[in-house]
Design a protein around this ligand. Structure first.
Ligand code: B12
Ligand code: SF4
Length: 528
């Protein structure tokens, strides 16, 4: 069979990283079938486009994966595919909770011929074989021989053939600059952020999050060797292409078991598999100095921290009381001392939020080392405890908000502000945190650092703005560059001064020395 795996565009953020599920299912497909991948964020497609693609390529089966926010588009695309007579299998976090919706068993139209519930590592080969025989079942659930739910162990993780996968659509270097940039240093002809998982699961059950329900509270890890080999493969490919790559460890909490994370990072260093990487780690785990040393020494550059709120009452409300706002500053300083910075994520519209929450949060953020703040709204995702609580209290204003997805729009009314006020807070957060003044201040705050670090922070902020600000067109970019011209001139001027691009970091360098393992228990916290 010829199989198409399709991920719909999310309609908000730019394409900056492919989705792992497609590569994983491709690697798990039984031999004898050909698998094509299309990520709508990189290759935009509408309903007519996917139908044409399916016909032109003689596709026999289409697999579609989607988060809740992309599900409306996913259903429209599935409908278009099914209209051509080709069956559609859907999977991912949304349809796992809303299988009846996808199968048209809730009174609505049917969008999928089959639904894969939960983790599909074990069920995907079965789905492919059934489809080849024309015998697709409605629902595929990951169960063992006794009918009990079973979670795949990651010990036997498939090798994703990164050396040969066509990744052209995920190159972040503009085409026009590729030839020239290939010649700079070891080469910048391509730059890609590649998703890699080292483990799955999070036991913490934050009220708004789907992860505990979906992956379960049992945490599973790949072997160190398998992760290290994957990094080596990715590095080799970047070298061959005279390009660069960075890895996004997509684990919900990369340091959920500190002892194991340290051992993985030591193995990465020992194998020379260091590369620039990003990971999600909760603030409480970053108290460990040795862990932070190893993060820096193994190439960790950005840590995504789900801070959510600076108000402990809000954190308690959403069952995330293990976040301690009082320690945020120290954690970020500990990272910054090793030139590791943080993507700090905040949620507005929580029940204890009042007008001015954005300004209060930004006030705190400004006292921290520079990073990349991001702002979202509390969203009741299906099957979460938050959804159930708001539904029971009759507070959902758009109970099926995903059927008509509106970016940055609430689906319930917070207790101490209106929906419009919450929207205004998020807009204010983004606008002020990425204003020319804020960018200049971020660069200024690193004045004791070599120029390279300051340029890095500036470019990271600009790029992040580009990813998250809805629909940044060419003209919008020209405007942003013009608005930031003072900071750009300042950095360029310094660049011309002799030696400005060289120099050792003034802050404490990362200690590359692996320490003995201490035998910590599984830590109390995770991100998602
Ligand atoms: C990486 C990641 C991102 C990346 C972007 C995605 C990317 N390019 O990879 C970033 C950091 C940008 C991101 C942002 C957001 N994310 Co996110 N993200 C994740 C994360 C941590 C990992 C995803 C992953 O690769 N998992 C590993 C793979 C193997 O698992 P999987 O995708 O679920 O796939 C398995 C099964 O679902 C199934 N499957 C999946 N698709 C298909 C398709 C078929 C045909 C079949 C058969 C099976 C199948 O098989 C796979 C193997 O078992 C997940 C949490 C998690 N651990 O999954 C959250 C998660 C997916 N994100 C979530 C959310 C809410 C968001 C945001 C909306 C947060 C926000 N408020 O801004 C944004 C939206 C971004 C957007 N682009 O629209 C939610 C989605 C819940 C939901 N019901 O939709 C999750 C589950 C986390 C959570 N807190 O609940 N995210
Ligand atoms: S710690 Fe993160 S991944 Fe775990 S339940 Fe909470 S939000 Fe989800």
């Amino acid at each position: 069979m010829k199989i198409l795996l399709y991920n719909p565009d999310n309609g908000v953020t730019r394409n900056f990283m492919p989705h792992l599920w497609m590569f994983l299912l491709q690697a798990l497909t039984p031999s004898g079938h050909e698998v094509l991948l299309v990520d709508g964020n990189a290759q935009p497609m509408d309903e007519a486009g996917i139908a044409q693609f399916v016909r032109d390529n003689n596709i026999d089966l289409v697999g579609i994966g989607a988060m809740t926010r992309m599900i409306a588009k996913a259903y429209r695309m599935a409908d278009a595919v099914r209209a051509t007579g080709v069956p559609v299998v859907m999977g991912g976090p949304h349809v796992t909770e809303m299988a009846d919706e996808a199968l048209g068993r809730d009174g609505g139209p049917r969008h999928a011929d089959a639904v894969a519930l939960g983790e599909a590592d074990a069920t995907w080969p079965r789905i492919v074989e059934d489809a080849a025989l024309g015998q697709l079942k409605d629902v595929y659930a990951p169960v063992d021989a006794f009918g009990q739910e079973s979670k795949p162990s990651l010990k036997e993780y498939p090798v994703i053939p990164w050396q040969s996968i066509d990744l052209k659509q995920f190159n972040l270097v503009p085409k026009a600059a590729t030839a020239m940039l290939q010649k700079i240093g070891e080469g910048w002809g391509s730059f890609r952020i590649i998703p890699v998982e080292s483990g799955r699961g999070c036991p913490y059950g934050c009220e708004f999050c789907t992860v505990t329900g979906f992956f379960g509270d049992s945490i599973r890890f790949r072997t160190n060797e398998s992760v290290v080999n994957e990094l080596l493969l990715l590095k080799a490919r970047a070298r061959t292409e005279k390009g660069q790559m960075a890895v996004f460890f997509i684990d919900d909490n990369f340091a959920i078991n500190i002892k194991r994370t340290k051992s993985l990072l030591r193995d990465i260093i020992a194998a020379g598999a260091q590369c620039h990487w990003v990971a999600q780690i909760s603030a409480n785990l970053l108290r460990d100095e040795e862990l932070v040393d190893l993060i820096a020494a193994s190439g960790g550059k950005w840590i995504f921290i789900g801070m959510e709120s600076i108000d402990p009452a809000n954190l308690k409300d959403v069952n995330k009381g293990f976040n301690k706002p009082g320690e945020y500053a120290a954690v970020l300083e500990r990272l910054a001392q090793r030139n590791v910075y943080a993507i700090t994520s905040f949620i507005f519209g929580m029940d204890n939020d009042t007008v001015g929450v954005a300004e209060r949060t930004l006030g705190q953020v400004q006292t921290w080392p520079p990073g990349l703040p991001i702002f979202g709204l509390l969203t009741p995702l299906p099957a979460t405890p938050l959804y159930k609580r708001l539904e029971t209290a009759g507070r959902l204003t758009r109970p099926k908000h995903w059927q008509e997805f509106i970016p940055f729009a609430m689906a319930h009314t917070p207790l101490k502000m209106t929906i419009e006020e919450a929207h205004a807070e998020v807009n204010h957060g983004w606008a002020k945190a990425y204003s020319p003044e804020a960018l200049a201040a971020a660069v200024e705050s690193l004045n004791d650092q070599p120029l390279g670090y300051r340029v890095n922070i500036f470019l990271a902020r600009l790029c992040f703005r580009g990813i998250y600000f809805p629909m940044m067109g060419k003209m919008a970019w020209v405007k942003v560059i013009a608005q930031n011209r003072r900071t750009i001139f300042k950095l360029v001027r310094e660049g011309f001064k002799a030696g400005a691009w060289r120099g050792a970091p003034a802050r404490i360098p990362a200690s590359p020395v692996p320490q003995t393992e201490a035998g910590e228990p599984i830590a109390q916290g995770a991100e998602g």
